[in-house]
Structures are given as C-alpha cells and as structure tokens.
Design a binder for this molecule. Structure first.
Ligand code: F6P
Length: 752
C-alpha cells in the first residue's frame, strides 16, 4: 500500500472515529462539571467534622486545668494556657465565656465580632464555614462543666483557609483525572472502532467476493455478519435479476440473435434436444407418406429454437411411416422440405410405450402435477419401463454428442431421470431441463412411490426451468422435504453430491413473428371461409377453443359457460357459435376415452337444447388440425377461450394473440394458467365459476372495438418482446455463465 493512501485511510478512520470521540468527550466534560462542586461539598463536610472532633478533644484536654485556674482566678496562667494552646497551626484563637455569655478571656487574635454567640449563618448550618474579615474560620462553642453543672464555654476558632486551598487543589486533580480519563477512553474507542470497522469491511468484502454467498453453504468470514449475509445475498440476487432483465430487455430476440448467442457465449457448442414428442411425424396416408405436426405446446415452442440452433433433436418415433424415412442410425433431416437440423428417432415397443409413456408419464406424473382431480396411478411395471426408456434416451444423447460437453435441453416430465443418467457418463455436459407442466406442492408430490429417485434424477441438471416462480418454489420445497441437500433460496440453487442446480423460472413462449403472418388470408377472409365451411350464418359471432382432448383443459367447464351464456342471453342463440377443436390425445387411456365420451355427450345435449334449424350452438371438431389451419381459426374467432383447470403456460393463449395482426379479438384466460401471469389484458376467469365465465364470454362478444384493440395491442407487444427466442436465449445465457464458472473452477482446482 502506498504511504499516501495509508495516511489518507488513517485520516478517514480518524474522522470516522471522531463521531464516537466527540460525544464521549462531551459526556466526560459534563460529568466533570457536575462532579467538582460535589467533591468540594464533600471535602468541606469532612473537614468541618474533623474540626468539630478536634475542638471537642482540645476542650476536654484543657477543661480540668482551665476550671482549676478559673477557680483560682489566675488570669495570667489562663492567658498563658490559651497562648500555649494556639501554638497549633490550625487553632486560630481561643476564648472563654462565663455562663452568662460574657467573654472573660481570649487570645489576642480572637475576632471581636464573634463574642460568645454562634453567628447566625453557622447556626443554620453548623457544618458551614464562617467568613470573618481574617478569612474563613470554623467556630466551636463547647460547654465546660463541673460536676454536671455548666460553668461557661470554651470558644475555639480554627483557621479554615487551608480548606479552600485544598479544595482548589482537589478540583484541579479531579479535572486532570477526568481529562486523562477522557483521552484514554477516546484512544481506546478510536482503536476499537478502527479494528471493528476493519473487521467488518473485511467480512463484507469476503461476502461480496462470494465467500459464503457464491459458495452458498459456507459461513461468512465473520460470524457476526451472518445476519447480514442473507440480506446481502438477496440484494445481489435482485441486482443480478435486474441486470439480467436489463440485458434481456434491451435485446430484441430473433433466430439470428439466438444463433449468434450460441456461437459467442457457448462457442458453437452442440445443442441436443430430448423430448418424447417428435416435431414431425411421418404418417402413411392414402396418398403415400404424409407429414404431420403434432398438437403439442412443447413442439410449438422448441421447434423454432431448434431451427435457429441446428443440432440434434432426439424423440420417440411414433409416426406410422417414421421408420421408412430414417437412415440406419434413425436420423432424418427436418423440416422435411428444407432440413435445418437432425431428428434422431428412438423406437419403443408397444409394451415400453404403455409402461413409460401411457402408464408412468400420463397416468402417474401428469395427474400428479396437475390439480385436476384425477387420481394418479403408479405401477411398478410402468416405473421399470420409465427407468429403461430414460436410460435409452440418455444413451442416445451420449451417442449423438460430438464432444464431452454438449448443451442438452431435456424436455418435460417424461425424462425426470435422464439428467443424472447423462451426467454419470458426460459430467461436463450442460444439462438444461425444462418442466413444461406445473410442479405440485410437497404433500401432493409425496404420494409418488419413487419421489426421491425422480428428484435425484432431476438434480443432475445444471439448470432446472419452470414456467413460474411459484412452480420453482414448490420444487425447492419438495426437494427440501424429501432429499438431503443444501438449498440456497436467495440464489435459488440446490447443492447435492458436489454439484449445483439452478432452479429458475423461464416463461415459455412462441415464435414471433408468427410463421403464418405473411401467408394467411385477411381476417375477414378467414372468417368467411370458416363460416362457410361450418355453415354458420353470415353475421354469426365465433367463439373458439383449441386443445388436446384432455381433462386438464377445462373443456367441460367451458361448455357449461357457453350453455349458461345462451340461457342468460337468449338473443345470442342463432347469433353465436362456439367451435371447439380438440385434438385426439392419449386415447389409449381409459380416463381420456371417458373424457372424450363426456365431451361429446355434453355437446350433443347443448346442441339439442339450443339448435334452431341448421344452427348449432357448439361445433365440436375432435380431430387433428395442422397448425396453419388452426391459425386461420384464430384469425376468425371473436373470442378465444382458454379455461384450463391447471396449466404450466398454455401456448394457445399466446398463439391467438400472435395470430391477430388486426388487433381485434378477445382472449378469455383461466387464472390457473402460467399465461395469466403475463397476459393481464385478457379477461381472466375462474373456469370453475360457470356464471363468471359466462359473463366474461358475453363481455368479450360485446366488447367495443377500441377496447379490443387496446387490450390486443398490449398483449401483442408482450408476446413479441417475450418470444420463444428470448425463452431459449435466457436459458442459454445462464447456462453459458454457469459453464464458464465450471471451467474456471476446474482450471483453478476449486469447487463451485
Ligand atoms: O403440456 C405438457 C406437454 O408435454 C406439452 O408440452 C404438450 O403440449 C403436451 O404435453 C403433449 O402431450 P403428448 O405429447 O402426450 O401428446
């Protein structure tokens, strides 16, 4: 350290210390100011008492001799006795008064003004000094008795000027004592303050350096700083979140941006996606092999990301003609007409698909994670298939990886075990797991017989993403409940088996601009086309629902709301039709078959009740539609209803908004979707409340143009800014940071 800066630091410390010293010095001065008169008073009282005793002593010494001489009337001997007695330096003078109070004998210096009576001031306060022209004196008038009879009094006058001298001396010493005390206390205070300030600064610096923060489970250097560590971590995290937000919000996310991020931040590292559902299915149709795009939010979101990043997508080959188009490794380039990345298909037997996909994933995990009042079913055989297939996909990732540190994006609840299986073989891989469905509370999750295995499997991830903070919180609490790990809530990380998992929210989104924007007919044309295709009246208002046929989507509740609307507003009968597109889904499962039957039955009942001529209140289209076709429905619909009972995000809501470049149309959105956390201008409803949903539907159908425009414009801005490239970009940026830290930690041989 340079001497100049050392002096500066000391001066700074001194200035800081003055804050302690000045009040301390003031307090000490005040104490001295109050103490000195007190000391004076006390000393005076001691001296007066001493002189009283002394006077009594002298009186008793002289009494016998004096009485004898008085009886003899020997005046000269009495004077001699008196003169001898006042040889004592303190005794100023002596006098003898007879019993009538007449001064008969006295030494020469006996004050004339005194006589035989005590002065009034001394009578009031016998302990006080008497101030005579000669100076301060102490007067004692002691009776002389002979055989119990008073014969006169001896007046003793002591010089008290020494008291004033001593009092001024003691005042001086007291002041010196307090001054020394003040200086010593100040020096000690400055020193202690300096030391503790240094200690605090060192402690806080240590915390800021990350000792006890970045190492979430170590203690801060100073134990007394422990209470501060939490606050500091929270502050750093919020600063980091703000910085991340600022970073992200200034970037306009496009496929190019994502690509360049991949090359810059992840130095072009290979990206491998793992999901159960494949983005393209090859189906054997009447005209040969046809391409089908599955109804899947996951596919909608991840496919544009994959096109931007290239790489490999590993998925279950479930199309009837999938095997016919792949090479000997199960690979095929997609999109089929202009390939941009590789699709690697994994084959499953019927038994495997039944156990892993239908059984464990969709009869167990799906109802477990959704609050939709369907009981999860867990079977050991399903679990065994689930483990087997997770391992098969993990092996495929290892096979597809070009290096030992690829970036692997694991999708959804089908692959909870895969992250750890993969990490066991490729410890340097960056594993980003995204959970597309909600995460339940610990109690609900606790009913799964393999809860610990699932959690341990997921914790192989570098990053574990959910749609909302609420799901992250549920996950952290679940891990806290069932596993021995260390959780750092401020940084949202879990430490386990020497590695760290970041649990973060990344609300998923869709491609923006919409791929159909340029090629679709106008909104008016789309509306006419659909009205024509479904034989609807010319001015018929259109409500729309687009879902997989799934009990979590609130389709029955939506139909009840439509029925209630027609009951409450009969003028809408014949003027309003609700179109429900319901893609067949998981139809091998009884629960789904039963649900399908119920939906059909309810639609039939409602239509029977409200149909008029060719008019049908509800048009159920329970079949697969390609995305382009669905987009035309979105454009035609006056109101789109998303009434899920529980949903991770629900991308139908965002797709509807993206499709409406005319800035018209109303979105009705369940409060139980992740999308409701972002699309505040939608009409938010509780799907369990039929009347409320019916009212919202009516409000949507009658909403003035300008209000539709305001709401839609605002939602479109949000979806365009927070598009799917940002979703992937944020995860990749976080992964790149963690990767850098891991590499650095390995280089310097220090654990993360
Ligand atoms: O919601 C979870 C999810 O995996 C979505 O990502 C997707 O939309 C849907 O389920 C598809 O389900 P499946 O692949 O079983 O048809």
């Amino acid at each position: 350290m340079r001497p100049y800066s050392a002096v500066k630091k000391m001066l700074h410390s001194f200035r800081l210390s003055l804050r302690f010293v000045l009040p301390l010095a003031t307090a000490i001065a005040l104490l001295a100011y109050l103490t000195v008169p007190l000391v004076d008073q006390l000393a005076l009282r001691w001296f007066v008492r001493d002189l009283d005793i002394r006077s009594h002593l002298i009186t008793s010494t002289l009494q016998d001799t004096l009485i004898e001489l008085l009886e003899q009337g020997n005046k000269s001997k009495i004077n001699h006795l008196f003169l001898r007695s006042i040889q004592d330096e303190r005794l100023f003078s002596l006098g003898y008064c007879n019993d009538e109070g007449v001064l008969l004998y006295s030494t020469p210096a006996f004050p004339k003004s005194l006589g035989c009576k005590m002065p009034t001031s001394a009578l009031n306060d016998p302990k006080s000094m008497i101030r005579l022209p000669q100076g301060p004196v102490h007067v004692a008038i002691n009776p002389l008795e002979q055989s119990g009879v008073k014969i006169g009094s001896l007046v003793l006058v002591h010089d008290m000027s020494f008291v004033e001298r001593r009092s001024s001396d003691s005042r001086k010493y007291v002041i010196i004592l307090f001054a020394v005390l003040g200086v010593v206390a100040s020096i000690i205070t400055v020193f202690v303050a300096y030391l503790s300030r240094r200690g605090w600064i060192e402690g806080v610096r240590a915390m800021i350096r990350g000792e006890g923060i970045l190492h979430p489970f170590s203690q801060p250097a100073n134990p007394e700083l422990q209470p501060l560590a939490g606050d500091l971590r929270a502050l750093l995290r919020s600063l980091d979140a703000e910085r991340r937000f600022a970073d992200n919000s200034t970037i306009s996310w496009t496929p190019d941006k994502l690509r360049s991020l991949l090359h810059k931040e992840l130095t072009g590292d290979q990206v491998i996606v793992v999901s159960n559902r494949e983005p393209y299915m090859h189906i054997r149709g009447e005209k040969g092999i046809e391409i089908s795009r599955p109804a899947s939010g996951l596919v909608t979101a991840v496919e544009p990301v994959m096109r931007a990043c290239s790489g490999t997508w590993i998925a279950h080959g479930s199309g009837t003609a999938d095997k016919e188009v792949v090479d000997k490794h199960g690979r095929v380039g997609v999109p089929p007409d202009h390939p941009e990345y590789t699709l690697r298909r994994i084959w499953l037997t019927g038994e495997e698909e039944n156990g892993y996909y239908y059984g464990f994933a969709n009869e167990g995990m799906w109802p477990l994670c959704h609050i939709a009042h369907v009981r999860p079913v867990f079977r050991t055989n399903d679990w065994e298939q689930y483990v087997l297939i997770n391992q098969r996909f993990a092996d495929a990732v290892v096979k597809e990886a070009h290096s030992d540190d690829p970036v692997v994006l694991v999708q959804d609840y089908h692959f909870a075990l895969l992250p750890t299986m993969l990490r066991n073989v490729l410890p340097k891989a960056t594993v980003i797991t995204f959970w597309h469905i909600p995460w339940p509370n610990p109690e609900s999750f606790g009913i799964c017989p393999w809860r610990e295995e699932l959690l341990r499997g997921m914790l192989g991830s570098t990053i574990l993403g959910f749609h909302t903070r609420f799901h992250c919180k549920n996950f952290l609490e679940t891990v806290d409940r069932y596993l021995e790990t260390r959780i750092e809530h401020e940084s949202s990380t879990i430490s386990h088996g020497g590695m760290l998992t970041l649990v973060e929210s990344y609300p998923i989104s869709i491609q923006w601009p919409s791929p159909w924007q340029q090629i679709q007919p106008s909104v008016t044309e789309c509306r006419e086309e659909i009205r024509h295709a479904l034989s609807l009246a010319e001015n018929c208002l259109i409500g729309l629902g687009v879902d997989r046929m799934d009990y979590t989507k609130g389709i029955l509740e939506r139909l009840s709301a439509v029925k209630r609307l027609l009951e409450l507003h009969p003028e809408m009968i014949g003027r309003f039709t609700f179109i429900q597109i319901a893609a067949p889904s998981r139809s091998a499962l009884e629960e789904y078959q039963a649900f399908d039957v119920r939906v059909h039955a309810v639609v039939t009942r409602i239509n029977e009740r409200f149909s008029k001529g060719s008019y049908q209140a509800i048009c159920l289209k329970a079949e697969h539609h390609e995305p382009e076709e669905i987009n035309r429905y979105y454009r035609a619909a006056d109101v789109c209803m998303v009434t899920s009972l529980h949903d991770g995000m629900n991308l139908v809501a965002k797709e509807y908004v993206a499709a409406r470049d005319d800035e018209r149309g109303v979105l009705l959105l369940s409060q139980f979707t992740g999308a409701a956390h972002e699309l505040h201008e939608a009409l938010i409803v509780n799907p369990y409340h039929v009347e409320q949903t019916a009212d919202a539907l009516y409000r949507g159908l009658t909403m003035p143009d300008f209000e539709q425009q305001e709401r839609m414009r605002s939602m479109r801005t949000l979806v365009s800014d927070f598009n799917v490239y940002r979703w992937a970009g944020r995860m990749l940026i976080d992964a790149a940071r963690i990767r850098e830290r891991e590499k650095l930690a390995m280089r310097i041989g220090r654990p993360l």
